[in-house]
Design a binder for this molecule. Structure first.
Ligand code: CP
Length: 302
């Protein structure tokens, strides 16, 4: 019996991760050959985003269309949410409109789970507060697997604003479930408490953390989630934690640079690195469509 929802990497077994990785590779082939499928013909996928998005929302929309589904984009800013309609009532309304799957992003941790418990449609978490972003982690391990084949034993370094990052949580869970080791690097002010419980190592010195790394993943500083000063200046932060060409020389020879994006050039990453030969940032975006096709097929196909 397949699951109804995908709410977090924490819920997924290693076998499920591997099943999604195999399916995503098949989907990537369809994308490369520009093939449209009819696996979800007659189904409707809604995107319900209470926070801004460029990649995730459009990626799920494209993925659904590639599988033959209809799509419904709910713009929260112009919806009846503004008249006080609750999340559960909004979800029930979408189901009554014929929606089979709801892709939701919300600023509150746990909102996708609350929705999933109250609607018959499948629910996919597209990012909830500072909790999880499972589709990002799945596309990240998929991108890494396409480069290294076996993730076991790889060293993944995630550097930056770990404290406010749902990507850091989901990626740490996904990479460690698949046998990689994850090192988290940030100033102490940007590290959440008890982060080691997720199976990661903490190394606040970036020059030490990046040594022999196979994957380097800088994260954006999430100023929109900060209510105080966590570092002195962007220039000083960049000096200590920015990914630049000099630091990359300390990483493994065949290392890759990933970033969930959006990126802030000159803050967590130099432009020359973001556009460099070992950057896979744009590849992550295309792979995101493939993985989200795999996720929608996994949940919604008969
Ligand atoms: N990586 C990511 O979630 O990007 P968006 O905010 O553009 O969806």
């Amino acid at each position: 019996m397949k699951r109804k929802d995908i709410l977090g990497i924490k819920d997924l077994s290693k076998a499920e991760l591997n099943e999604l990785l195999v399916e995503a590779e098949v989907m990537r082939g369809h994308i490369d050959r520009r093939e449209r499928l009819s696996i979800l013909s007659g189904k409707t996928v809604a995107t319900l985003f209470y926070e801004n998005s460029t990649r995730t929302r459009n990626s799920f929309d494209t993925a659904a269309k590639n599988l033959g589904a209809s799509t419904m984009g709910i713009s929260v800013a112009t919806s009846s949410v503004q008249k006080g309609e609750s999340l559960i009532d909004t979800g029930k309304t979408l189901v009554a409109l014929g929606v089979n799957a709801i892709v939701i992003r919300h600023s509150a941790a746990g909102a996708p789970r609350l929705l999933a418990e109250n609607v018959t449609a499948s629910v996919i978490n597209a990012g909830d507060g500072q909790c999880e972003h499972p589709s990002q982690a799945l596309l990240d391990v998929f991108t890494a697997k396409r480069h290294f084949d076996d993730l076991a034993g790889l060293k993944v370094v995630i550097v930056g604003d770990i404290k406010h990052s749902r990507v850091a949580r989901s990626d740490t869970l996904a990479f460690t479930k698949l046998g990689a080791s994850v090192t988290l690097c940030a100033p102490y002010t940007l590290l959440p408490e008890a982060i080691e419980e997720m199976g990661a190592t903490v190394e606040p010195d970036f020059d030490k953390a990046i040594a022999d790394a196979d994957i380097i993943m800088p994260l954006r500083i999430q100023l929109e989630r900060m209510n105080g000063a966590y570092f002195s200046t962007i220039e000083e932060y960049h000096e200590c934690y920015g990914v630049n060409e000099r630091r990359l020389e300390r990483a493994a020879a065949d290392s890759i640079v990933m970033h969930p994006a959006p990126i802030n050039r000159g803050a967590e990453i130099d432009g020359v690195v973001a556009d460099g030969y070992n950057s896979v940032i744009e590849e992550q975006v295309t792979n995101g469509v493939a993985m989200r096709m795999a996720m929608l097929k996994y949940l919604c196909a008969q």
